[in-house]
Design a binder for this molecule. Structure first.
Ligand code: BES
Ligand code: ZN
Length: 456
C-alpha cells in the first residue's frame, strides 16, 4: 500500500490530465443529440482501464447508453468490491452562466471546472486511479475489484437494473463502493448511509383549442395557467406539509436517536443559506434544516411553462400550461405509489373545464444501508487517516436509485464515500472539483482497499 500511496502522490498531475481527457467528452445522457459523445465516453473509459492494466474490460451495449464493466480479480480468498459510478453528466445549460466552457476543463484556484468534474467523472475516476496506483507501483491490489460504470444515472438508470437482474453471478461481490455523494463540510469528511428516492411526473393542462386574445375571451374562459398555479399553490399547507392524501402514510419516522445524532452534527445553517444567497430557510414545521434536506420527503416544481415568455407584454390567454414536479422520497415511501397518489390528487383538483395529461417520467427507491457492515469501518478508518479527522455518518437528500437495487437484487450494501462539496455546484453552471479532494479521495480509496482486505 505504501508504494501505491507514493505513486498516487508522484503521478497526481497525470491523474488530473486523464480526468481532463474524460471531461472533454460531453456525455450528456438525457439529450439524444449527445448519444455519439456518450458512446465515445464509454469507449474512452474502457480503453483507459485496459491501458492501466485491468484484466478484463467490456463495453456493454444496452437499449440506452452503454455500460462499462471491468474486473480485476487477483485473489481466491479475499473480498470483492464492486465499484459503481457514472460517466454521464447533466446538461450544461444555462451555458452563458459558465465562466469557462463546460467541456473545456479549466484549472483555477485549486479546482478543476467542467460539467461532471465532481458528479461523477472526478469521483468515479478516483477508484480507477487507486487501482492504477497499485498496479503501476508493482503491487497486487489488496481486494478483488469489479467496476460497473453506467452512462444513464442522470436520467434514471433505465438500462442498469435489467443488466443487474440478468448478470447477478457476474456481479457477485461483498460490498459496493460508490463515490457520488458529498462530504458533510470542507473539514468534515463523511460516509452517507441514507439517500432519498424520487418520483418525477409531468402535468399538462389544456383549456381552449388555441391561444386566445385575453380581451375578447378573458372573463369567460378558464385559464389553464391560473388553474395550474392554484393547483400548485395548494400542494403545501401553511406548515409546509404536502397536502396529497396519504403522502406521509408510509414514511418511516426518524428515531429519537437519529434526531439527536442529526442535532449534534456540526451543521452550519447560516453558511448553508449564505452560500445560495438566502436569509431564511423554509422547512416542514417541526423539522430542522438538516433533517428537512436529507430525511424528510419533499414536493417541488422543477419546471413551469405557459403563455408568453418573451420581452415586453403580450395579451394572451394561453391554451396550455404545464409543470414538471418531483418528490424526494424517504425510506418507507414507494415511487410508484406516490406518483399514483399525486395523480389522484391532481385529477380530483382539475376542474371539468380543463383537460389533464399526467405523465410519470421516472422514479427511484430511497435507501438506508447497513452501517455495521465491516466495509463501513474500513472506509471510516481510511478516511480518518487521510483527512486526520473521523468521518461523520449522515443521510443525504440526493438520489442514486440503483443503490436500493443493489440491495434488492444482489443483497449488497453500499459504502457511500463521497468527496464532493455543495460548493462544487453539481448540476449548476461552473461545476468544479477541488483537486485537493481528488487527491485525498484517491488516497482514501487506496487505504480503504487495504483496510477492508485486512478485515477479511
Ligand atoms: N451524485 C448525485 C446524487 C447525490 C448528490 C447524492 C448529492 C447525494 C448528494 C447523482 O448523480 C444525481 O444527481 N442523481 C439524480 C438522480 C435522478 C436523476 C434519478 C438526483 O438526485 O437528482
Ligand atoms: Zn448528478
Amino acid at each position: 500500500m505504501t508504494s501505491a500511496l507514493a505513486y498516487a502522490d508522484e503521478q497526481f498531475d497525470h491523474f488530473v490530465s486523464d480526468l481532463i481527457a474524460l471531461l472533454r467528452i460531453p456525455t450528456v445522457s438525457t439529450d439524444p443529440a449527445y448519444a455519439d459523445d456518450v458512446a465515445r465516453g464509454a469507449q474512452w473509459l474502457a480503453d483507459h482501464l485496459r491501458e492501466i492494466g485491468v484484466d478484463h474490460v467490456e463495453v456493454v451495449r444496452t437499449e440506452g447508453h452503454p455500460i462499462v464493466y471491468a474486473e480485476h480479480l487477483p485473489h481466491d480468498n479475499r473480498p470483492t468490491v464492486l465499484v459503481y459510478g457514472h460517466y454521464d453528466v447533466q446538461p450544461p445549460d444555462p451555458i452563458d452562466l459558465w465562466d469557462s466552457p463546460p467541456f473545456e476543463p479549466t484549472r483555477k484556484n485549486g479546482s478543476l471546472y467542467a460539467r461532471g468534474a465532481c458528479d461523477d467523472k472526478g469521483q468515479m475516476m478516483m477508484h480507477v486511479k487507486a487501482l492504477q496506483s497499485y498496479l503501476a507501483s508493482g503491487s497486487v491490489p489488496p481486494v478483488n475489484l469489479k467496476f460497473l460504470i453506467e452512462g444513464e444515472e442522470e436520467c434514471g438508470s433505465p438500462s442498469l437494473a435489467p443488466f443487474i437482474k440478468t448478470h447477478q453471478e457476474k456481479l457477485d461481490a461483498d460490498v459496493v463502493a460508490i463515490s457520488d455523494t458529498a462530504m458533510f463540510a470542507e473539514d468534515t469528511p463523511s460516509i452517507t448511509y441514507g439517500l432519498r428516492g424520487l418520483a418525477y411526473v409531468q402535468v399538462e393542462l389544456t383549456g381552449p383549442n388555441r391561444d386566445l386574445h385575453s380581451g375578447i375571451y378573458g372573463g369567460a374562459v378558464h385559464n389553464p395557467a391560473n388553474v395550474l398555479s392554484q393547483l400548485i399553490a395548494d400542494l403545501h399547507d401553511d406548515d409546509h406539509r404536502i397536502t396529497v392524501e396519504g403522502f406521509y402514510d408510509d414514511v418511516i419516522p426518524l428515531t429519537e436517536e437519529e434526531r439527536e445524532t442529526f442535532a449534534a452534527l456540526p451543521f452550519d445553517e447560516e453558511g448553508w443559506l449564505g452560500e445560495v444567497g438566502l436569509d431564511d430557510a423554509r422547512t416542514e414545521a417541526g423539522y430542522s434544516v438538516k433533517e428537512a434536506i436529507s430525511a424528510r420527503p419533499t414536493l417541488d416544481v422543477n419546471g413551469l411553462w405557459s403563455g408568453y415568455q418573451g420581452e415586453g407584454a403580450k395579451t394572451v390567454l394561453p391554451a396550455k400550461a404545464g409543470a414538471k414536479i418531483s418528490c424526494r422520497l424517504v425510506p418507507g415511501q414507494d415511487p410508484k405509489d406516490i406518483a399514483q397518489k399525486l395523480q389522484r390528487h391532481v385529477e380530483a383538483h382539475v376542474p371539468e373545464t380543463i383537460t389533464l395529461t399526467f405523465t410519470e417520467l421516472h422514479g427511484g427507491q430511497p435507501v438506508l444501508v447497513d452501517t455495521s457492515h465491516p466495509a463501513m469501518q474500513a472506509a471510516a478508518d481510511a478516511i480518518a487517516a487521510v483527512f486526520d479527522q473521523e468521518p461523520v455518518f449522515t443521510r443525504e437528500g440526493g438520489s442514486i436509485p440503483i443503490v436500493a437495487e443493489f440491495q434488492r437484487l444482489l443483497g449488497l450494501d453500499s459504502v457511500l464515500m463521497g468527496f464532493g462539496l455543495n460548493s462544487d455546484a453539481i448540476h449548476s453552471p461552473n461545476e468544479r472539483f477541488g483537486l485537493d479532494r481528488y487527491a485525498k479521495g484517491i488516497q482514501s480509496i487506496i487505504r480503504f482497499q487495504q483496510a477492508y482486505a485486512e478485515m477479511g
